[in-house]
Design a protein. Structure first.
Length: 276
């Protein structure tokens, strides 16, 4: 597997952004009252619903596969609820060469070796507006949280969801919101959220799978997160392999951008994303 070098570091960051821009249709499952009650009870007691997960930091091995061509890199992941998601990427596992920041107001890409950066308001990303994906949903996916697409706490929306048994999982499917249906898979034996899906009526599907659950500060959390995107041209998967995960609170500070850095043209970046 080729290692990430300075020249393709920013490519991985761009593809990471694109992972959250799609979703696909699903049929509504048949259900009964007993199943609904059992499912709601399991979801309401699941760690992904009831355990507080407000901060996360850790080391990261990132593996991205684009049409069968893998790239691998080491880096860091830092998440602070309602503050931001930071993904730092290093060359040879030593020096950070690029970072991607999802902040509540905008997206920032900083390419240190090229001394370049860009800031893109979410309102300028038409594909995000069309899919209804925003910062809050991204944060929830990476924190292994079940969520309601309308912003309400998950437990408040459970009465409006449909439920089914699929293999070893109980699933909860939301109502369609802005053309998207979200589906959550709960392991019946452990109560852990093992998969989340975004299914878009216009075609395409994003799947986030969770595995290698370990206890961190009394909270169970997956140490392997696999994001896969289908039906939008290129086949893309992105795996986060986490180590030394810490859920202690910390002060979140956006990356400082040197005055010597040049600002990239956001439209050129979006065009590059569209051509991947």
């Amino acid at each position: 597997m080729p290692k990430l070098n300075a020249n393709n570091a920013i490519l991985i960051l761009f593809v990471l952004l694109s992972l959250f821009l799609a979703g696909c249709k699903t049929r509504k499952p048949v259900e009964n009252t007993a199943l609904v009650m059992e499912s709601m009870e399991m979801f309401s007691s699941s760690p992904s619903v009831v355990q507080p997960r407000t901060s996360l930091s850790g080391n990261l091995r990132l593996t991205i596969n684009i049409d069968g061509k893998p790239l691998s890199a080491k880096g860091t992941l830092r998440i602070k609820e309602e503050c931001g998601v930071q993904i730092g990427m290093t060359a040879l596992g030593l020096v950070e060469v690029a970072s991607l920041e999802f902040l509540p107001e905008n997206l920032r890409i900083i390419y240190k070796l090229g001394k370049e950066y860009t800031e893109i308001p979410y309102s300028d990303l038409s594909f995000l507006q069309q899919t209804g994906i925003d910062y809050r949903l991204l944060e929830s996916v990476l924190m292994n949280r079940a969520f309601s697409p309308d912003g309400r706490p998950f437990v408040q929306a459970m009465n409006e969801m449909s439920y089914a048994v699929e293999g070893d999982c109980i699933t909860a499917t939301t109502r369609e919101t802005k053309g998207i249906v979200y589906k959550f898979y709960l392991d019946k034996a452990t109560g852990e959220l093992v998969q989340s899906e975004g299914l878009h009526a216009g075609g395409g599907k994003v799947v986030c799978s969770y595995s290698d659950f370990r206890t961190v500060d009394g909270v169970t959390f997956p140490h392997t997160i696999l994001l896969s995107i289908y039906g939008v041209g290129s086949d893309v998967s992105l795996q986060f392999a986490l180590e030394r995960v810490d859920m202690d609170d910390f002060k979140f500070t956006p990356r400082r951008i040197s005055s010597s850095y040049g600002k990239l043209n956001a439209q050129q970046i979006l065009k590059s994303l569209g051509n991947m």
